[in-house]
Write a protein that binds this ligand. Sequence first.
Ligand code: C2O
Ligand code: CU
Ligand code: CU
Length: 486
Amino acid sequence: MISRRELMKTALSGGAAAALTVSRSAHAQDENPWARLVGTYGTVPPPSFARPLPIAPIKRPTATTGAGDDVQLAIRSGFGQPLVGAKTPILGYDGLWPGPTIVAIRGRPTRVTVKNELAEPANIHNHGHHAAAASDGHPLDVIKPGQSRTYTYPNRQSGGTYWYHDHTFGLTGNHVFRGLAGVYIIRDPAEDALGLPTGPCDVPILIQDRLFDAENGFDYSANAGTIFKGVHGNTLCANGVHTPFLSVGTRRYRCRFINGCNSRNLRLALGNGGALVQIASDGTLLNAPVSQTSVELAPSERADCIVDFGAAKVGTSVVLRNLDATWPELPDVLRFDVVRKEADTSRLPVRLGDVARVPESEAKVHRRLRFQISDGKWTINGLRYDPARIDFRPKLGTTEIWEIENGEQTQMHPFHQHLIPFQVLDVNGEPPPAVHRGWKDSVAVPPAGRVRLIMRFYGYTGTYVFHCHKLEHEDHAMMLQQEVIA
Ligand code: C2O
Ligand code: CU
Ligand code: CU
C-alpha cells in the first residue's frame, strides 16, 4: 500500500482537501445558500439527439482457461467526445470513457491486471463485488504511477449489472468525473434461460452529469459549495455522449440503467408515459417484474428495465427523460428512435429471481449510523474517515441490522456497503417499495430520514469501507471502515 502521508499529499495537491465550513444555522433559513458557491453552471445545453448512443467495447480476455479469464486494463489519459466540437481530455480505463464493459460468467473468476499509466495514484473498485479485501480497491490501496496490480473477481454472486470505478482516497470524485468508470456484467446461465432480451437488445446505459469549460474540458472543482452539495453538472451524458439516440426495432429491450453521477439523483421516465418494467435492482434480479412510469436512482444504484417497443410505429421516437428536480434540472437523457419492424423472440417471465427475505430475528448485532455535519465537516457518527481506525468489527458468518439516520434536512445521502449486499427492512418505518425488496448494495437515505438494513457477513475477513456515495461527501471523509473478523 502507498503510505498514508503520500496519499494525503496527493489528495491535498489535487485541491481535494478544501475546507467544508458549513454551520447548521446558515442553512436553516435558506433552501440552497450554497448555490452561489457551487460554480457557474451557465445554461443547460439543449438536447441534440444527433449522435448514436455509444456502446463500450466488451473487454476481450488475454487468456481464458479452466481457472477463469485474464483481462488487462490500462488506466491512461485519452479523449472522449461528449459534445460536438473539441474533444474532451479524459482519464479512462484503456483510455476510454466509459471504460470497456467487462462481462463475466457467474462462478468463473476474472483476474483483472490494471496498469496505472498516469502520473498520479489510481485504482479500481468493482462496485457491488464480493471479493477478498486485497481485490476490493480500498481507498488507500492504490496503484502507484507506472505500476500494475492484479485484482481477482470470483464472480460467486448474483448475475446482474455492476460497475467499476476509481476509489483513490480524496480523489475518487475527481477521477470518476474525469472518466474512470465502466460497466461490469455478471451473466448467469440460469438468467440466460429466462429468455430476456440479449445481445444488441441488452444495453448498458451509464448516466453521468458533467460540467465543461470553454474548451470542452471537464470542469471539476472541489470547494466548500461542491463539497456540501456534491458536484453537479449542467450536461447529462449517456455512455459518454450528451443526449444521444438509440435506434431500436419493434421489440423488447433490456436497458441496464446505472446512475454514475458523482452526486446527482435521477428519476427516469419515458416521455410518452410508457412503462419501464424493472427486472433487477443493483446487481440482483427481482422476484417478479415491476411495471413503473418512473424509476428513481441515487448515485451508484442500478435498475435493469425492460422497455417494449413492440406496439410502436416505425418512424416514431420516445425520449428517455430525467424528472428529478435537482438544480440545474437536466430533463433529457436520450431518445429511442423506432427504425425497423422486428420479430421479438424474447420473453418477460412473471417470475424472475428467488430472493428470500432475511428474517430480522437472524440479526444478533444492531448498529446505528448517523450521517451528519459535525464541526462543519461531513461525518458518520461524528467521525471522519481515518485509515488508522477500525470503526466496526462484524463477525464472519453473522447477520447484523444497521439503522442509518440522516441528520441532514436538505439532502439525501446514498449509503453504500462494500463486500456484501443488504436487504432494506424499512425506509422511514415503512416497508420498501417492491423494487427495493431484493439484494442491494446502495440505498438512498432520505433527508431527515431513516433506513434499516439487514446484512449477512459471509465469504471474507478483512477491512472494507462503507460510505456515502455522493463522491464529494465520500472524499471529504463521510466514510468509515469495518474489519470483518473470524
Ligand atoms: Cu461505488 Cu466504495 O464505491
Ligand atoms: Cu462499492
Ligand atoms: Cu452524503
